[in-house]
Design a protein around this ligand. Structure first.
Ligand SMILES: CC(C)(COP(=O)(O)OP(=O)(O)OC[C@H]1O[C@@H](n2cnc3c(N)ncnc32)[C@H](O)[C@@H]1OP(=O)(O)O)[C@@H](O)C(=O)NCCC(=O)NCCS
Length: 217
């Protein structure tokens, strides 16, 4: 069977579905899951799916923020990566986004001339939930950008079929991250004692914040 006979025109907008790839003797089944919108415009930000062409802008944001990110973001300890590695990483994010598997997005200023930060909605907690993460470039903090992005992404995540809860997992000592969760109406549901380590390897607790879909009535 030919792909063109079965592939929907815009698979990114569909609910989870299956379609067939290849010739009749070598059929493969590809699972296509629903995605959040590839671009969300808010008052001060463009929140969008990464593309490889963003590599230089992303590098500038990370490279200027290493001291700010390293205490909280495990991946920042491995930075700085090369431009080529950054392109490859962005290609991976784009592919996972299009497959509806994982939604890592860039936060840009309205003109998209620089990267304000990054965020992600990850399918790595319970089946009906997504974990939200975020970081803001060091020279852009305390302007409400994390709150603005997290609000839009929470709404986008909760709009997905079958998603009923968004979690934010953070180090209880990360006051700024906790404040983002609290401002957006997330509830602290659990402190998991010593269940992980800081990016530098010391044991630490995890504060689990949750916001659920509002149940009518
Ligand atoms: C956490 C982070 C994303 C917050 O970004 P931000 O854009 O500065 O956050 P906002 O401007 O939306 O502010 C949200 C709240 O946090 C507070 N806040 C921000 N930075 C703070 C700080 N350093 N200390 C105390 N409170 C802080 C703000 O005052 C605001 O609270 P308020 O409404 O009570 O005033 C940013 O500090 C960051 O990138 N940190 C490093 C990466 C990180 O920790 N990511 C989260 C991992 S769970």
């Amino acid at each position: 069977m030919l792909l063109s006979q079965v592939e929907p025109k815009d698979s990114r907008t569909l609910s989870p579905s299956l379609y067939l790839l290849g010739s009749s003797s070598h059929l493969r089944v590809k699972v296509v899951r629903e995605t959040i919108p590839p671009r969300i415009d808010t008052a001060n930000l463009v929140i969008r799916r990464w593309s490889e062409a963003d590599a230089a802008l992303l590098r500038a944001a990370i490279d200027s923020s290493l001291d700010h990110l390293r205490p909280w973001m495990p991946w920042a300890v491995q930075e700085p990566a090369s431009l080529d590695d950054t392109r490859a990483r962005l290609a991976g994010y784009s592919a996972a986004f299009d497959a509806g598997e994982d939604f890592v997005v860039g936060l840009f200023n309205r003109e998209e001339s620089f990267v304000v930060g990054g965020a992600g909605l990850h399918r790595r907690i319970v089946d009906d939930g997504l974990e939200l993460g975020y970081w803001i470039r060091s020279n852009q903090v305390r302007r409400g950008f994390a709150t603005e992005a997290a609000r839009a992404l929470t709404d986008a995540g909760l709009a997905l079929t079958g998603v009923h809860r968004i979690h934010i997992h953070c180090d209880p000592n990360n006051v700024a991250s906790r404040r983002v969760a609290e401002r957006l109406g997330f509830s602290l549901i659990e402190i998991r004692p010593s269940d992980t380590t800081t990016p530098l390897g010391s044991p630490r607790d995890t504060a689990v914040f949750e916001r659920m879909t509002e149940v009518p009535g």
